[in-house]
Structure formats: structure tokens, C-alpha cells
Design a protein around this ligand. Structure first.
Ligand SMILES: Nc1ncnc2c1ncn2[C@@H]1O[C@H](COP(=O)(O)OP(=O)(O)O)[C@@H](O)[C@H]1O
Ligand SMILES: [Mg+2]
Length: 326
């Protein structure tokens, strides 16, 4: 099956006074239609930058994006013109951020913002757009949606705003929804409701979901597949059950060991002793070597490549075979 979204060897450099900073060094991700890929990893590992690159939202004056491939279904995103690329956003691929206000205009009514999406992408007449927007607000659990259409963002609670943003993202039935910590700012009950809305919508439309999260409970609940990022690299990719049952990268192992029960909701990834490398000071060998319980001399000098194992998962570790028994 053709992946709904595929990133192959994505790299992103930011310009700085002291030369380019490689924020993302080598990230490959793929998600099939109807499936959910959870992306996990400590703060600064490159999750948001990878998502923004996939959306084409990085400022080209500051960021250089390179990749072997970047595809939305059969569409090659690397060779599209800027105009055609932009036209896909909010239509075939949509995004929900952690802070709903980044996606909402504080000066426009909710209804205006929702119907504009359908005007831009579908050239839909006002009346029809209004009724579709109302139906979508109802679908994401907003009561009295007709009167909510006239509200401004500041008149809504944080949970309501995130529902509105989700409604906006889902209006055109995108093939891919990218959600970057969409529920981090919400309380646990609302968080569960918003995640359920994403699942319901996925079940209806078969969209693929890429969900960035810190919460391993969310991973256990939502993921089909998981990608673990560390220091701008994907260090392991696996189906969720395989990853929880037998992590193969020492970082994944440490990550899972740092929570009492990986399947328990609400437990966040805890810091592993030591700090992740800054993009300006990545070690020459394996980026995780300075914090790794399994590090051998080879790990200090050789940057491991991503290897595909017999069971189909990928791992980036010279010593992955020792990790299972270590
Ligand atoms: N606009 C930017 N300019 C320079 N560096 C950036 C920029 N955005 C992010 N970075 C750096 O890129 C790295 C990855 O950031 P990010 O993707 O936001 O991490 P996270 O995994 O927490 O989402 C970090 O080291 C961050 O400091
Ligand atoms: Mg982030």
C-alpha cells in the first residue's frame, strides 16, 4: 500500500551567526492510510521541526530542508511549486498544534475562519459552507454550534478552542493529520475526548495520523506504529506492541524503563540521566553514546546507520543485538 505520508532521510539546517545548525539530521517516517504513527522523544529531538518540514511551513530564508523523498500519497512534495504546496495544506494534509491560538485568528469569528477554509479549498458557496462548518463543530462535540459560529476565539475555553482547530483541520477530510502535542495543554478528561475525536474521524475517513506526544499512555492508546527520535535522528521505528515488548535501541529501552507502566495513562517520559546533545555539539559517533549503558568503543567513533531488522522494525545502534539480553 502507498503510504499516506512518507519522509525519507529528512534533514533540516537553520542558519545562524555561527554557521548552519543541523536541527534534524536523518529522519525517515512513514504512515499508511488509516493508521496512526506516534512520534516520541525528549524535548529538542526534532519532532516539531520534522512535522513543520513535512507541512512545508519552515521559513525558507532561515531553514534548508533536504530529503531523499517527501511524498503525500503519490504527490512528490519536493518538486511542487510553492503555490501548489500551499494549496494542499488544510486540504489533503492538515495540522493541529499544541497551542490552538497559533491556528486561530483572534480577530475573526469562529464561523468566518471555518467557512473560509471551505471557500479557499472547495470554492464552496456561503450557505453550504456554513452548514458544513456547523456540522463539523457538532461532530467535534461543540454544543449549540450555530451560536458558537459567532464566537471569537477568546470567548472559548482552551479545550473548546482545540476542538475548533480540530474541526478546521478535518473540514476537508485530509488524507493526513499531523498533530504536534495537541492535548498537552488540556486537562486529562478533555485530552481523552480530543484524542477520541481524532480516532472517530480516522475511523470514518481512513485518514492517516501522525501524533507527536510525550505521554506513553497516549502512545499505548493511539499508536499503530512508533518512531523514537533522539538528537535529530530516528533511532527506532516499530509497531507499538513490538516496541513496548522488546525495545531494541538503548534509548528506547531507557525511555520505557523510566516510566512505571508504559501502558498507564498520564505517565510522561521522564528525563534519563544526562542531557541530550545540542545540535551544535553532537558527538562524532552515536549521538546517544554519552548517556548509553551499552556504549562500546565503536559507539564513540562510528555514527550508526538505520538498519532494518528481520521483523521489519528499524534501529540505529551498533549494539542493538546486545540490548535485548543486556
Ligand atoms: N527556528 C529555529 N532556529 C534554530 N534552531 C531551531 C529552530 N527551531 C528549532 N530549532 C532547534 O532544532 C532542534 C529541534 O527542535 P524541535 O523540533 O522543536 O524539538 P522537539 O522535539 O522538542 O519538537 C532543537 O535543538 C531546537 O533548538
Ligand atoms: Mg516540539
Amino acid at each position: 500500500m502507498t503510504p499516506a505520508l512518507e519522509l525519507e532521510a529528512l534533514a533540516v539546517d537553520f542558519a545562524s551567526d555561527r554557521g548552519p545548525i543541523t536541527a534534524v539530521e536523518d529522519v525517515s517516517l512513514r504512515v499508511l492510510p488509516g493508521r496512526t504513527l506516534c512520534v516520541v522523544g525528549e524535548s529538542g529531538s526534532g519532532k516539531s521541526v520534522s512535522i513543520l518540514a513535512a507541512m512545508g511551513l519552515l521559513d525558507p530564508r532561515r531553514a534548508t530542508v533536504r530529503a531523499q523523498g517527501l511524498r503525500l500519497g503519490n504527490v512528490d512534495l519536493l518538486t511542487l511549486t510553492d503555490d501548489r504546496r500551499r494549496a494542499l495544506n488544510g486540504d489533503r494534509i492538515a495540522m493541529v498544534f499544541q497551542d490552538p491560538m497559533t491556528a486561530l485568528n483572534p480577530y475573526l469569528r469562529i464561523g468566518t475562519q471555518l467557512t473560509e477554509v471551505l471557500d479557499v479549498h472547495r470554492k464552496m458557496a456561503k450557505n453550504e459552507a456554513t452548514s458544513q462548518a456547523i456540522a463539523m463543530l457538532r461532530a467535534v462535540g461543540i454544543s449549540a454550534p450555530e451560536s458558537r459560529m459567532r464566537s471569537y476565539p477568546h470567548e472559548l475555553s482552551g479545550g473548546m478552542r482545540q476542538r475548533v482547530v480540530l474541526a478546521m483541520a478535518l473540514l476537508c477530510q485530509p488524507d493526513v493529520l499531523l498533530a504536534d502535542e495537541p492535548t498537552t495543554a488540556l486537562d486529562v478528561t478533555i485530552q481523552a475526548q480530543v484524542l477520541q475525536l481524532i480516532r472517530d474521524s480516522q475511523a470514518r475517513t481512513g485518514m492517516a495520523v501522525v501524533l507527536v506526544t510525550h505521554d506513553m499512555g497516549v502512545v499505548a492508546h493511539m499508536a499503530d506504529d512508533v518512531a523514537v527520535l533522539y538528537g535529530g535522528l530516528v533511532v527506532e521505528r516499530a509497531p507499538v506492541a513490538d516496541l513496548f515488548a522488546a525495545p531494541r535501541h538503548p534509548y528506547t529501552r531507557a525511555l520505557l524503563a523510566s516510566i512505571p507502566s508504559a501502558a498507564q495513562r498520564g505517565h510522561r517520559l521522564q528525563a534519563i540521566s544526562g542531557v541530550p546533545p545540542s545540535p551544535q555539539a553532537r558527538p562524532p559517533g552515536c549521538v546517544f553514546a554519552p548517556r548509553c549503558a551499552f556504549a562500546a568503543p565503536i559507539c564513540q567513533t562510528v555514527r550508526p546507520v538505520e538498519e532494518t531488522l528481520a521483523d521489519g522494525r528499524t534501529v540505529r545502534c551498533s549494539r542493538h543485538a546486545d540490548v535485548l539480553h543486556g
